[in-house]
Design a protein around this ligand. Structure first.
Ligand SMILES: *[C@@H]1O[C@H](CO)[C@@H](O)[C@H](O)[C@H]1NC(C)=O
Ligand SMILES: *[C@@H]1O[C@H](CO)[C@@H](O)[C@H](O)[C@H]1NC(C)=O
Ligand SMILES: *[C@@H]1O[C@H](CO)[C@@H](O)[C@H](O)[C@H]1NC(C)=O
Ligand SMILES: *[C@@H]1O[C@H](CO)[C@@H](O)[C@H](O)[C@H]1NC(C)=O
Ligand SMILES: *[C@@H]1O[C@H](CO)[C@@H](O)[C@H](O)[C@H]1NC(C)=O
Ligand SMILES: *[C@@H]1O[C@H](CO)[C@@H](O)[C@H](O)[C@H]1NC(C)=O
Ligand SMILES: *[C@@H]1O[C@H](CO)[C@@H](O)[C@H](O)[C@H]1NC(C)=O
Ligand SMILES: *[C@@H]1O[C@H](CO)[C@@H](O)[C@H](O)[C@H]1NC(C)=O
Ligand SMILES: *[C@@H]1O[C@H](CO)[C@@H](O)[C@H](O)[C@H]1NC(C)=O
Ligand SMILES: *[C@@H]1O[C@H](CO)[C@@H](O)[C@H](O)[C@H]1NC(C)=O
Ligand SMILES: *[C@@H]1O[C@H](CO)[C@@H](O)[C@H](O)[C@H]1NC(C)=O
Ligand SMILES: *[C@@H]1O[C@H](CO)[C@@H](O)[C@H](O)[C@H]1NC(C)=O
Length: 558
């Protein structure tokens, strides 16, 4: 660490401003999902051994497939708001999502973790009991946390970790938003080991352009056979040269098959796994809510012989657009309507990992993540025999061409009165050291025994106390619309997520963004909360800051 610090100090500069109204915390997390942080924390706190949860390890992770079917459950969509209480017990257990047994970190013994389903405006009270022997915290991806910034669940930025044996009660409301979201651990790399779940905000006035009969969650995730600290440690070697760990497999709602002959360790129990199965009735309209809850991989999602009509992007209703294959990056969500009007049969649901984004080949990788769409009346046990008609390899890891995604409720992007430009890179000054992620000249290291938010509130006007490893940008008090241009110097694409806000995606592209940034068409651009910045490319977003908000803007994955 000391060596790293001295290397970094050579290229570090300080950003200084004076006025504090809203504070933008620009955080670049230095690993898969900001995991360097967690790894460092674990090292600092003594390694994260796991034997205090031996009794849990004897138990096996369960799943509740029924929970992913929202239609016909006992939830009532309503404009009457209420308070909904949940209790999350975070623990370590054995699991085998794809048949390959490994240690997992899970909530309530379940993978994926429990569903949160609420109505717009409801209050969510979620008591998190940490039964791990390392710290944890849960982030509610996409929640505005407008006025409850400290409930955002980001370790080091908005809260200290919930200590082993401790509890923390998240308590916030969800007005002015609806649609498909998710939650995950925001402590180190923990979520890649299983601490993830879906968060759905129903709304009788969601304003979608198309109706549907059935509502079903489809969570996609890459899946690693080693625990994330193992992969993180490899990633943080100089030899890795910034190449992100390539997964062994992927799962759909926590299930998939794996060819056990490719196991890295033949002494590990491996059953081969099974496919998730989606039972459908013919001639109905299904809303499938796709959520990429993974750590690294982009997926191309399709269903053989079925068109996908996109109607929602990250909680924003879209003018319906038909695609046969939908790219989805980590943390992004789409709702698609699938009309079950094909012949009564079984069809493959495909979430093909986009290997163009991988820096090396993992011989154990199963990139063809699949599940079964089972029509009522078709053979209920046989696998589908359908073929993928998406013949052209997409060859990039980019988002769906955004000209296809037009918000259904138009909202023009106002002209910005404040603009920023940031450069994202992965660098090391010494080939013997690992590459770390930088936002301009800062790579983030958490404050000790405090948080960025705490310091922002206690040091009004004096950001020097944030320290050299924090990058805090303070817009002027009159900032009403902020434009942010991000230039990436990395050879990989990266989804970026701005906490607490939906933004307008003014443009994305390859190469260098023009300086000054080009004039964009501000008529109803795409709005979302997670956008992919192409390799060696750029994105320009615009956002209206919420009052009294602290934001964090960071690569959703490395
Ligand atoms: C954890 O328990 C296992 C089995 O009892 C033992 O082999 C291992 O050494 C223990 N690890 C630690 C870190 O205590
Ligand atoms: C709905 O609630 C009833 C009564 O509590 C329960 O028996 C039933 O299983 C629930 N149905 C679903 C789909 O959860
Ligand atoms: C945030 O809260 C403020 C003050 O209550 C309100 O004016 C604003 O509309 C809210 N923003 C969102 C996105 O809900
Ligand atoms: C949640 O917050 C509300 C508003 O501050 C408060 O009235 C309520 O008591 C809190 N609930 C819990 C369980 O802390
Ligand atoms: C699926 O589509 C292909 C051609 O696109 C067709 O040959 C095949 O019969 C269809 N399968 C079913 C079960 O309808
Ligand atoms: C989109 O696909 C659906 C079939 O799922 C079809 O009914 C509809 O006409 C298509 N829309 C367009 C604009 O092609
Ligand atoms: C269903 O598929 C299984 C496995 O392919 C096969 O053994 C069985 O005969 C089929 N059942 C019917 C009714 O076709
Ligand atoms: C996106 O689609 C628009 C309109 O069809 C086209 O002009 C543009 O070149 C496409 N962009 C990319 C990156 O393919
Ligand atoms: C980031 O670095 C670039 C290049 O030095 C500089 O132009 C830009 O102003 C910096 N951004 C901020 C917010 O300081
Ligand atoms: C936090 O404390 C650890 C252990 O004392 C130390 O190694 C690290 O440099 C400190 N981090 C910061 C940002 O001061
Ligand atoms: C800012 O904080 C530093 C460190 O605590 C202190 O030395 C300095 O005087 C403060 N500056 C202002 C303007 O308050
Ligand atoms: C801006 O975008 C809107 C909506 O896509 C389109 O109708 C309009 O023609 C565009 N304007 C220009 C100048 O390209």
């Amino acid at each position: 660490m000391a060596k790293l610090d001295s290397e970094k100090s050579l290229i570090r500069r300080r950003w200084k401003t004076t006025t504090v109204v809203a504070v933008i915390v620009v955080v670049v997390l230095a690993l898969v999902l900001g995991l360097a942080l967690g790894l460092r924390h674990q090292q600092a706190s003594g390694g994260g051994s796991t034997n205090s949860t031996q009794s849990n390890a004897a138990k096996f992770v369960t799943r509740n497939e029924q929970e992913w079917v929202l239609s016909g459950n006992n939830f009532t969509t309503s404009s009457m708001v209420t308070t909904r209480y949940y209790e999350f017990n975070v623990s370590q257990m054995l699991g085998a999502p794809d048949g390959y047994q490994r240690t997992m970190l899970v909530v309530n013994g379940q993978y994926p973790g429990p569903l949160i389903e609420c109505n717009t405006g409801d209050r969510l009270v979620i008591k998190v009991n940490n039964q791990l022997d390392s710290g944890t915290a849960i982030h509610w991806h996409g929640m505005f946390q407008n006025g409850t910034n400290w409930m955002d669940g980001t370790v080091g930025v908005t809260q200290c970790p919930i200590p082993p044996g401790g509890s923390f009660t998240y308590n916030f409301t969800v007005p002015n938003q609806h649609g498909t979201y998710w939650w995950h651990s925001h402590m180190g790399s923990q979520y890649a080991d299983g601490i993830v779940g879906s968060l759905i905000i129903q709304d009788p006035n969601e304003g979608l352009a198309e109706d549907y009969d059935k509502d079903v969650i489809v969570m996609l995730s890459d899946w690693y056979h080693d625990m994330s600290p193992v992969n993180t440690a490899i990633y943080l070697t100089a030899e890795a040269d910034g190449s992100e760990p390539v997964p062994e497999n992927g799962v759909i709602n926590g299930l998939n098959v794996f060819d056990c002959s490719k196991s890295a360790n033949s002494s590990v129990p491996c059953t081969g796994g099974s496919y998730a199965s989606f039972q459908v009735q013919p001639n109905k309209r299904y809303r499938f809510r796709l959520i990429n809850t993974g750590a690294f991989a982009d997926f191309n999602f399709s269903i053989d012989n079925h068109t996908l009509t996109v109607i929602e992007t990250d909680g924003i209703a879209m003018t319906p657009v038909n695609v046969t294959r939908l790219p989805i990056a980590v943390a992004q969500r789409y709702s698609v309507i699938v009309n079950t009007n094909a012949a009564v049969d079984n069809y493959w649901i495909r979430a093909v990992m986009n290997q163009h984004c991988f820096a090396y080949t993992n011989p154990a990788l199963n990139p063809d993540v699949m599940a079964v769409l089972r029509y009522q009346g078709a053979n209920s046990t046989s696998d589908p025999t359908t073929v993928d008609n998406n013949l052209v390899d997409p060859a990039t890891c980019n988002d769906l061409n955004q000209t296809m995604l037009v918000p259904h409720v138009p909202l023009d992007a106002p002209e910005p009165n404040v603009s920023y430009y940031f450069e994202v890179s992965f660098q090391t000054l010494n080939a013997a050291l690992p590459k770390l992620a930088y936002m301009n000249t800062t790579t983030w290291i958490p404050l000790n025994s405090t948080t960025t938010l705490q310091e922002a509130h206690s040091t009004t006007g004096n950001i020097t106390t944030f320290g050299q490893d924090q990058y805090v940008v303070t817009p002027p008090s009159n900032a009403s619309v902020i434009q942010i241009a991000i230039q990436s110097f990395d050879d990989g694409d990266h989804p970026f997520h701005l906490h607490g806000h939906v933004f307008w995606v003014m443009g994305t592209g390859d190469g260098y963004v023009q300086n000054p940034v080009p004039v964009f068409n501000s008529t109803n651009p795409l709005r979302r909360d997670t956008v992919t910045i192409p390799a060696y490319g750029w994105a320009v977003i615009r956002v209206q800051p919420n009052p009294a908000m602290q934001w964090q803007f960071y690569p959703e994955r490395m």
